[in-house]
Design a protein around this ligand. Structure first.
Ligand SMILES: C[S@@+](CC[C@H](N)C(=O)[O-])C[C@H]1O[C@@H](n2cnc3c(N)ncnc32)[C@H](O)[C@@H]1O
Length: 327
């Protein structure tokens, strides 16, 4: 009898542990089909389903879950209206939307975790038909809000007048730097052609140079006072990272600054996140586990850099900013 109860208790425990997944599922579907927007002015399930030619029963189930979770409310006239927060943060066109992060978690990270069973057994797994470079560049940019003031303060403190940004994505750090000081000479390199083209389109008028290309192939005689590599290292193997540090050295003037933003393993903060992140990275052929501070210090030492500063940016994510000085 006791054994049976314990079994039931364990089953309940796992069911309960899984419950927090429901809001993310609900928000993800809401974002993917822009449902919070569709219901934003108050609408019935029938109206929204008919307008979009969607399955009304399934939409009703999503609405039922939303009401239980408190994401949605039913008004007296029977129409459904989302909470304002959901319209603001999980609608596609909202300037405050964080839906892209939910998309990345649900469409990149969770499927990768689910494919581990096959991967561990050496079975072939096909990842992602869709090109997710836009998603990844946009989710990284979310960090800018918190990391940029630290970047700007480094630029100011070191009296930097020129910056080269490796793996610039949409060039958000460069754009923000230009806004603080028009005189700065700013240049970014981005390997993904679509991302680079969009960055070029948005930034070139402001005098920021965007190069579409691979840093490994890129050579220039020009030197800069600061090189940045933000959220980039997991695209490079350990051996390639060492080369990247050497390249950063070549791109820098004497006593120049190398600024790195990255999640780190074996650091004081955010180890649950870092280990989950690494499970994702290790599953992909062209991605690599995030480094430790010790590893980076060692690349730095071999490439003639000295680690000057290391500050946490997002503690629960194990995200740090590291400042190296060229010797
Ligand atoms: C995660 S995003 C980070 C973007 C931006 N630095 C940030 O922190 O928001 C990393 C970017 O580096 C680019 N990248 C990866 N390998 C690269 C390489 N070898 N040369 C240039 N860019 C690269 C990727 O295409 C991607 O857009």
């Amino acid at each position: 009898m006791i054994t049976e109860y314990l079994r039931l208790w364990n089953a309940r425990k796992w069911m309960k542990q899984n419950e927090p997944f429901l809001p993310t599922w609900h928000a993800h579907l809401g974002y993917s089909l822009d449902l919070f927007h569709h219901f934003s002015k108050g609408a019935s399930v029938e109206e929204v389903a008919a307008r979009n030619n969607w399955n009304q029963d399934l939409l009703q189930r999503w609405v039922d879950v939303g009401i239980v979770l408190g994401h949605l409310k039913m008004k007296r006239n029977g129409k459904i209206k989302p909470k304002r927060q959901l319209v603001k943060y999980v609608s596609k066109e909202s300037p405050n939307s964080v839906g892209i992060l939910i998309k990345e978690m649900m469409e990149l990270h969770i499927p990768t975790m689910l494919s581990y069973r096959d991967l561990i057994q050496g079975k072939e797994v096909t990842f992602f038909e869709e090109n997710y470079s836009d998603t990844v560049a946009r989710t990284s940019a979310l960090l800018e809000t918190i990391a940029f003031p630290k970047v700007a303060s480094s630029v100011k403190k070191e009296k930097v007048t020129s910056v080269f940004d490796i793996g610039t994505g949409y060039g958000g750090y460069l754009r923000r730097l230009k806004e603080t000081n028009q005189e700065l000479e700013l240049c970014g390199i981005e390997v993904d052609e679509t991302v680079a083209a969009k960055a070029w389109e948005e930034l070139t008028d402001s005098g920021i140079e965007i190069i579409a290309g691979d840093i490994d192939q890129y050579e220039t005689a020009k030197t800069f006072q600061m090189v940045m590599m933000n959220n980039l290292l997991y695209y490079f193997s350990q051996e390639e990272r060492q080369k990247l540090f050497i390249k950063a050295n070549r791109l820098l003037e004497p006593k120049g600054t190398l600024l790195i933003i990255s999640p780190l393993v074996h650091s004081k903060h955010g180890q649950a996140f870092a280990s989950a992140f690494n499970s994702f990275m290790s599953a992909h052929e062209k991605m690599y586990p995030v480094p430790s501070a010790r590893e980076l210090t060692e690349y730095g030492r071999k490439a003639k850099f000295r680690l000057k500063k290391m500050t946490p940016i997002i503690r629960e994510g194990g995200w740090y900013l590291l400042v190296f000085k060229k010797k």
